[in-house]
Design a protein around this ligand. Sequence first.
Ligand code: BGC
Length: 387
Amino acid sequence: MTRKPNPAPATRLAILAIAAAFALPSSAAAPKGEPFGTADGKTVEIFTLTNRKGMKLRAMTYGAIVQSLETPDRDGKTADVVLGYKTLEEYIKDTPYFGAVVGRVGNRIANGKFTLDGKTYTLALNNDPGGIKCSLHGGLKGFDKVVWQGEGIEKDGVQGVKFHYVSKDGEEGYPGTLDLTVTYWLTDDNEWKIDYSATTDKATPVNVTQHSYFNLKGEGNGDILDHELTFKAAKFTPVDAGLIPTGKLQDVKGTPLDFTTPHKVGERVNADNEQLKFGGGYDHNWVLDNQGGKLALAATIHEPTTGRTMEILTTEPGLQFYCGNFLDGKLTGKSGKPYNYRNALVFETQHYPDSPNQPSFPSIILKPGKTMKSTTVYRFSLKGGKP
Ligand code: BGC
């Protein structure tokens, strides 16, 4: 066996420096947008954010969609934990809001109507749970289906992407020009942090949220029934057969919606309970204990086989939890696997559904001269030994 002679000390140092630079992925530079196809005649760009712990997030200017989110498990094996497609065309063709920002008003507005300052506004009816029509997630062409402006950013070595969209007065039936910025960060504490900020020139309802579908085993890797959930929420907003809140707040105690202590999704999802029947499973808004508008822990999600744990922190008063009851295997994901019934979990931090028609709920009306600000963090860690 022949051995190469050892390099001189100076050369050795140079080699070590180069090796170190490659070992630590540099998060110091602002990410650059790369072309990802065309929508509405505009080039869609995708940005790749990395951190120093091996996480990677890819987000595009179409719908501010997070296309992938890679994070290691307890064996150091990385998986993509959000559902999505490989190509832009698939997102344009058919998506149940995979990874997108939804709005101007996320979730449902009863009968697609609301009255503001004495004027009634009519929105498109694009959803009908239980055969009862409503407006869902901003309408026919909500914020999930438009091309935003994107800009890669960097602060203190942390990479981010800033998405900006101006929604016209009257767009999808909503009053006022809404100027909206959504910024994603990927911190070295393994946090996907989202900052929302909006202003308007006329009073308008605003309730934007992120609609990523999570499977902490990895997208396409089966159902989510073993995921354990803990919510900091003693109440929820019960709904009618059309999934519209009745306006009441109900204690979760004694119901299958009680996640004040950890419970697996599958444990009670098929329980004989009217609320679960209406939703076809969990599809409800939890009233978070933290109503003060300060960032606080809202939920902890734990997947025992991989150890992946996701904490959700938010300034919002509500958490819509939906467990993929409408997924039916017809959509095929980015790794070629079908997305079947209950293969993902969605956690939408937001104000309560149908807020414009519910005077007792916290208001979502934004007025000129004011700025709507909201922050949500999805924080990843590893917990527990192998089950
Ligand atoms: C709603 C579900 C709906 C889903 C769309 C969720 O926010 O709560 O009822 O089906 O979005 O995929």
